[in-house]
Design a protein around this ligand. Structure first.
Ligand SMILES: [Zn+2]
Length: 275
């Protein structure tokens, strides 16, 4: 599932093709992709003829400011990606939403349609689930005493808490495993059981892990569901130290990496150096 580095890579790849450009036409071929749009026809009506002012992001959401005080929201879901194409270029399967400028087509490809998009007024935005998002893990990460207070007394596993977008926005299964590996904290530990040194280690690991992901264009898994807007694959997969490495030796101590299920999600970790 695309997480913060993949969404930020997408934002950066889209920026030169959308920033300051006028949208000529927008269309959706799958109604499900517009399920968060209060009235579906508003999607195309609100984009058509409008200029894109700024491309932002919060957590895993792309937030594109469009003239007229509108926010074009994109969430890639489990298997979504954005492709920038020349008009007339053949479409790949599952191209569900297409937004055209004079120069390019912005295509939202999503085989499983867990992703969505909507163009919202400020009032609609305030009523959307976006308002419950926690601070962005890359740009607005709480300092460790604040993080410690958010975790204090919490019984769920630290893995589960770091996945909770209301606590910190942007982390998902891949990068949480990498953060906990780097911080040497076992994923099943209750959030409230961590001491100040452990919280500090987690906090210190988040930005380097996300920035490393970003530097390599994010993580394209073997299914290639996530790709950069120009069609290249992100190459962070080969640098992962815990996620997806079941039975392969830990890079620090050689113990085989173990896979556990925590809160219905898989967690990859080293039983020897994560405690
Ligand atoms: Zn180890």
């Amino acid at each position: 599932m695309p997480e913060l580095p993949e969404v930020e890579t997408t934002r950066r790849g889209l920026e030169p093709h959308l920033q300051g450009r006028r949208i000529v036409e927008a269309e959706s071929r799958r109604a499900r992709m517009l399920r968060r749009q209060p009235r579906q026809r508003d999607f195309a009506d609100r984009l058509r003829g409008r200029r894109v002012e700024r491309l932002g992001r919060r957590g895993k959401f792309l937030l594109i400011d469009v003239e007229g005080d509108l926010t074009w929201v994109v969430h890639l879901g489990m298997s979504g990606r954005i492709q920038v194409a020349e008009s007339g270029e053949p479409e790949v399967p599952h191209t569900n939403v297409v937004v055209r400028t004079a120069e390019r087509e912005i295509r939202f490809v999503d085989p499983r349609t867990f992703g969505f998009t909507a163009v919202l007024t400020p009032e609609e935005f305030d009523e959307s689930p976006l308002t419950g998002l926690g601070p962005d893990a890359l740009t607005d990460l709480p300092r460790s005493p604040v993080l410690a207070s958010l975790l204090a007394g919490r019984k769920p596993a630290i893995k589960t808490l770091l996945l909770d977008q209301r606590l910190i926005a942007g982390l998902g299964n891949i990068y949480v495993d990498e953060v906990l590996f780097r911080a040497r904290v076992a994923p099943h530990r209750p959030g409230g059981s961590l001491d100040a040194v452990e919280v500090k280690a987690i906090r210190a690991a988040i930005r380097p892990v996300l920035e490393a992901g970003l530097k390599h264009g994010g993580t394209s898994l073997n299914d290639l569901a996530y790709l950069l807007p120009d069609g290249r694959a992100g190459s962070y997969l080969e640098r992962l130290r815990a996620y997806g490495r079941e039975d392969r030796p830990c890079g620090r101590c050689g113990t085989p990496i173990r896979r556990s299920i925590i809160g219905q999600r898989s967690a990859y970790w080293c039983q020897t150096c994560q405690t």
